[in-house]
Design a binder for this molecule. Structure first.
Ligand code: C2E
Ligand code: MG
Ligand code: MG
Ligand code: MG
Length: 281
């Protein structure tokens, strides 16, 4: 019977354990399939604007999965599964190829791509990026690779070697979700990054009497003292945009300006002069 074979157990949420395990196995299998034939993944691009001028200067590539039966799936759901199964290597390469190919056609700006800790720990990663750059014809100075602050903190020697090799090539490195990983400002002293992305949670706190103004200002000042550029992610209100511009934050990204959009929409934005479609402040 079910009990004797260890099946039919409930989790704390009352969901059958075997249902979760079966769903998970299905998603894994579907990820495999999706990677083999094109069409299920789409790379969207979210604009990043120069705070002082409102010019579109860069976009961040964000992957989407249109599952044949489950519909649209969030990367926060399937990226962890891709990481646990190692499929992130193939998926990450596809996203990088797509993003470099798209950016090579644009006359201006850079493209930022999220890179999983698994990819950073792969010895061949830097040379893979180099060959993707060559094939696409994208100038390495127009590529930025993101590493989360947490991954960067416990980075292995392979990861550090990849970062160094890519920086030598001219690729910029950005610390993503900065402020969530409890890294000390001191660690930035001897580091190998170019850019800091201040986590959305701090931007959310602006204007809410939580003291986040002081924290965000400190991050921007500290970054500048180290010669690093700053981007605020998740900017949603004109007040946040005005404050960030006033304290000298370099780049702004968030739903106030644009959600992630298709490559065709970015082409149109650039053709129209690259100004935000919504008022900045
Ligand atoms: P992230 O790199 O920190 O990306 C920012 C996330 O915040 C994106 O969610 C973006 O759509 C969302 N966002 C941007 N502005 C706003 C805003 O004003 N308000 C709100 N509520 N959200 C905003 P998304 O696209 O769902 O991606 C979530 C995470 O999944 C990313 O966080 C990144 O860690 C991961 N991810 C996405 N694409 C890739 C990929 O190609 N490779 C890897 N390794 N990770 C990816
Ligand atoms: Mg990111
Ligand atoms: Mg981020
Ligand atoms: Mg984030």
């Amino acid at each position: 019977n079910a009990k004797a074979s260890g099946r039919g157990r409930f989790t704390a949420f009352g969901v059958h354990m075997d249902v979760i395990i079966r769903e998970r196995a299905e998603i894994e299998r579907d990820l495999h399939t999706a990677l083999e034939k094109p069409g299920q993944f789409e790379v969207l691009y979210q604009p990043k604007y120069r705070a002082q001028t409102g010019d579109l200067i860069s976009v961040e590539a964000l992957v989407r999965w249109y599952h044949p039966t489950r519909g649209w799936l969030s990367p926060t759901f399937f990226i962890p599964i891709a990481e646990e199964t190692g499929l992130i290597k193939a998926l990450g390469r596809d996203v990088l190829e797509e993003a470099c190919r798209a950016a090579a056609k644009w006359q201006i700006g850079s493209v930022a791509v999220n890179v999983s800790p698994i990819q950073w720990r792969t010895p061949a990663f830097a040379s893979e990026v180099r060959s993707i750059l060559e094939t696409s014809g994208l100038d390495p100075h127009r590529l930025e690779l993101e590493i989360t602050e947490t991954a960067w903190m416990d980075s292995t020697s392979t990861c550090v070697a990849n970062i160094q090799a890519l920086r030598e090539l001219g690729v910029a490195i950005a610390l993503d979700d900065f402020g969530t990983g409890f890294s000390t400002f001191g660690r930035l002293h001897d580091t190998e990054v170019d850019h800091i992305k201040i986590d959305k949670s701090f931007i959310d706190g602006l204007g809410k009497l939580r003291g986040d103004e002081a924290i965000v200002q400190a991050i921007v000042d500290m970054a500048h003292a180290r010669g690093l550029k700053t981007t605020a992610e998740g900017v949603q209100t004109p007040e946040q945009s005005a404050f960030l511009t006033e304290i000298g934050c370099d780049e702004l990204q968030g739903f106030l300006f644009s959600e992630p959009v298709s490559v065709g929409d970015i082409d149109k934005l650039l053709a129209a002069g690259g100004k935000p479609t919504r008022p900045q402040s």
